[in-house]
Design a protein around this ligand. Structure first.
Ligand code: ZN
Length: 423
């Protein structure tokens, strides 16, 4: 028996002989009135998608909130970065992250640091006559995409989005006004064609019904009245593989098997992993699986059914985690919950992606669900000129009547003497 084997046996003996170290005390200091638990969070088969089945907590949320289906524990544990922080580090290294970031792009025609350009396809649902003027028009959609790109630019994700050529389709159908109408279609979804064709990210915009990403059909559903702000960045974040920062929090008061997925506030908490045969930080296999997003007690700004204790964009609730640490007064070296994270429910505060979140999004493109399209996403055919937006249909804006248009001209000089050319 070699030394390594002896070590392994010793570790096994310790684990078998000693009680497992588990979060000892479940805090009951404050009951979240909005807390509910539904034991079955397994993804539903497509045919079972109903208004009540689309989300585990639909009855409690308003359409302001994202009702994206959450992955089950088996899927969560299969994430390559589950319990292995090095994975995302290596991935980011392999793509040359951090990218050069010319932000703001002051003296460049082509933005620095853009590695992936993902096409978007909008489906806008109108009435039979197609005359409901409340549906967002092309300008509103392009401005919404501008906001998403601003979030990605400011966080140097290397990812940008554009509405693909012909990428705004209006569907005139009284029977498809609300998201619930859509789900009741029979057969419900054809996952690979038409409105769910792969390649672009499909975004369906309805009159009502909440905002969410549905992983079964890999599409985003948006409420036209409240989903085109930073919520669109949030939903696209889901499409690119990101979980809520409060993922698993609601399991804090239920049996141990699930409670072990509740994220500790303290980043230094670790446990010995027999599988990896070393200590790993618990934050890497709990919550959203990322250690650079602080533990989040399901904060939700402006919604008293969740934890809406805020001063501005600063969380100040009094909940504690299963280890007894206070979210609003975290141990040294750990951070308070961050309502500015785009994957939280911080609503108007949200504008941050963390480094590991960027790694997850890049993973989706390089190695995950969207890997088959990565060559297209990297294509130089969709590199845009940041000076002259009207050079291409994807970026060009409709101009409202009587509004002045500003154009930037670039001068170049021809040696042969014909003077100045503008392009
Ligand atoms: Zn969400």
């Amino acid at each position: 028996m070699n030394f390594s084997m002896q070590l392994k046996l010793l570790a096994l003996a310790i684990v078998l002989c000693c009680p497992l170290v588990l979060p000892g005390q479940i805090n009951s200091q404050k009951t979240n009135q909005g807390f509910i638990f539904l034991p079955n969070t397994t993804l539903l088969p497509t045919t079972q998608i109903t208004p009540s089945g689309i989300t585990t907590d639909q009855p409690l949320v308003t359409s302001d909130f994202c009702t994206t289906l959450e992955m089950d524990t088996a899927e969560f544990k299969q994430l390559p970065w589950y319990g292995d922080e090095q994975y995302l580090d290596n991935l980011l290294d392999s793509v040359g992250y951090p990218f050069p970031n010319g932000n703001p792009c002051t003296n460049c025609r082509i933005e620095d640091g853009v590695r992936f350009r993902i096409p978007l396809q909008f489906w806008v649902y109108n009435n039979n006559a197609g005359n409901d003027l409340q549906v967002p028009d092309e300008l509103a959609l392009k401005e919404a995409v501008d906001r998403v790109n601003r979030d990605h630019r400011n966080n140097n994700t290397g990812i940008r989005f554009y509405i693909r050529c012909g990428g705004i389709s209006q569907v005139n159908n009284d029977g498809l006004q609300d998201i619930w109408d859509f789900e009741s279609l029979n057969p419900p979804f054809n996952r690979n064609t038409g409105r769910f064709a792969k390649g672009p990210i499909n975004i369906h915009i309805f009159r009502e019904g909440g905002n969410f990403y549905n992983p079964l059909v890999d599409a985003i559903f948006i409420d036209r009245d409240n989903g085109l702000d930073n919520t669109l960045s949030h939903e696209i974040g889901h499409a690119l593989g990101l979980m809520h920062t409060h993922f698993h929090f609601r399991w804090r008061n239920i049996p141990l098997a699930r409670r072990r997925f509740v994220e500790p506030i303290d980043r230094s908490r670790n446990r010995f992993s027999l599988v990896r045969f070393r200590n790993i930080r618990i934050c890497s296999e709990t919550g959203d699986g990322l250690c650079d997003t602080p533990a989040d007690p399901r904060l939700a700004r402006g919604h008293n059914r969740f934890d809406d204790n805020f001063t501005g964009c600063n969380y100040n609730g009094d909940q504690t985690d299963p280890w007894g640490d206070e979210y609003d007064n975290p141990p040294a070296g750990s951070d308070e919950p961050d309502p500015e994270n785009l994957m939280s429910y911080g609503q108007g505060c949200r504008d941050i992606f963390t480094r590991e979140q960027i790694g997850v999004m890049i993973h989706r493109i390089e190695r995950g669900r969207y890997r088959h399209f990565k060559n297209g996403y990297k294509s130089q055919d969709v590199v845009f000129d940041t000076f002259e937006l009207n050079d291409n249909a994807e970026q060009a804006r409709l101009l409202p009547l009587n509004n002045p248009e500003e154009l930037t001209f670039h001068k170049s000089y021809s040696r042969s003497g014909s003077g100045v050319r503008y392009g």
